[in-house]
Ligand binder design. Structure first.
Ligand SMILES: [Zn+2]
Length: 300
């Protein structure tokens, strides 16, 4: 009885460790820093969230896979590390959507969070991201590890400020983040067992949100725009084989054209459709963007 009680107490004790959210931006790196960060995290049974750019994901798809396979979360950090607030709505959508597309094409998840480069966001940008299924994430501890004038000891001092709920901002990319790796490795060794490192809840991959990022493309079609390929099937009739047939029928239609507008719906067909369209460039309909938002299709 005593032993059982003791085991429960220890489990309780473990649960009560301060939770810290480690985040790494601007990767995956073109050098080995991302891999080495992953090794350090694995050694300490720590999870983290990687805010990747679309350009880096495109250049390093295998590293996206490694991040995801290790149980970490991936967040959207725009395609080209842009100042989002200075862009038009459709440019904001493109920056986010291109990133989602390359992460997904790399075998990554549908992302459910984004972090604006430079923290440069506002309500308009947040609303666009939200329509694409992504929550805004900031940080509470800025290590300033990117700044060459910041002494490594200063970075370490920032890390030491970690407490329950802290979101720690570091960088594993785009390259030469060896100093970050060194300081972070030392700190996590020194504090081993003190914290519980978890992925940001906003960024946790959830299967039921699988379709959310691409829904603006898939369902944002008004009657005026029309379509050349229709993946729609009434939900009442959706079954697994039928969904496969619908997608199979549609693909030759898409392949025939340099540009195809495809309707899809948030049902069984959508995951299969997105899977099959991985090799295509997918973008928002200009007509829909011009109407400042994503509309439910008028004809259904
Ligand atoms: Zn950044």
């Amino acid at each position: 009885m005593c032993a059982l009680f003791s085991a429960i107490s220890q489990a309780d004790g473990l649960k009560k460790k301060p939770v810290v959210y480690l985040t790494f931006d601007d990767g995956p790196s073109s050098d080995l820093v991302t891999e080495m960060v992953l090794n350090v995290l694995a050694k300490h049974d720590a999870k983290a969230t990687f805010f990747v750019t679309g350009a880096r994901a495109r250049a390093n798809p295998e590293k996206i896979r490694k991040i995801v396979d290790a149980g970490h979360a991936v967040g959207n950090h725009t395609y080209s590390h842009s100042h989002l607030t200075s862009l038009f709505d459709h440019e904001v959508a493109k920056e986010l959507n291109e990133t989602s597309r390359y992460v997904y094409a790399a075998g990554g998840p549908t992302m459910t969070c984004f972090r604006a480069p430079f923290g440069n966001t506002n309500q308009r940008v947040n609303d666009i991201a939200m329509r694409m299924g992504m929550h805004k994430v900031g940080w509470s501890i800025d290590t300033r590890d990117w700044d060459v004038f910041v002494d490594p000891e200063q970075i370490a001092i920032q890390l030491e400020d970690s407490q329950n709920g802290s979101i720690v901002l570091m960088h594993d990319g785009p390259q030469s983040r060896w100093r970050t790796l060194e300081v972070f490795t030392r700190w996590i060794e020194d504090t081993a067992g003190t914290y519980s490192f978890e992925v940001l809840p906003e960024c946790a991959h959830r299967a039921e949100t699988y379709a959310s990022v691409d829904l603006p493309i898939a369902t944002g079609i008004s009657a005026d725009v029309g379509f050349v390929a229709d993946a729609y099937i009434s939900e009442a009739y959706v079954s697994e084989p039928m969904a496969q047939n619908v997608v199979a029928d549609l693909l030759p239609e898409v392949a025939k054209r340099p540009l195809a507008v495809v309707t899809a719906h948030d049902d069984l067909t959508l995951p299969k459709l997105l899977e099959k369209l991985r090799s295509y460039e997918i973008s928002l309909l200009p007509e829909v963007v011009a109407q400042n938002g994503v509309k439910k299709p008028a004809q259904f």
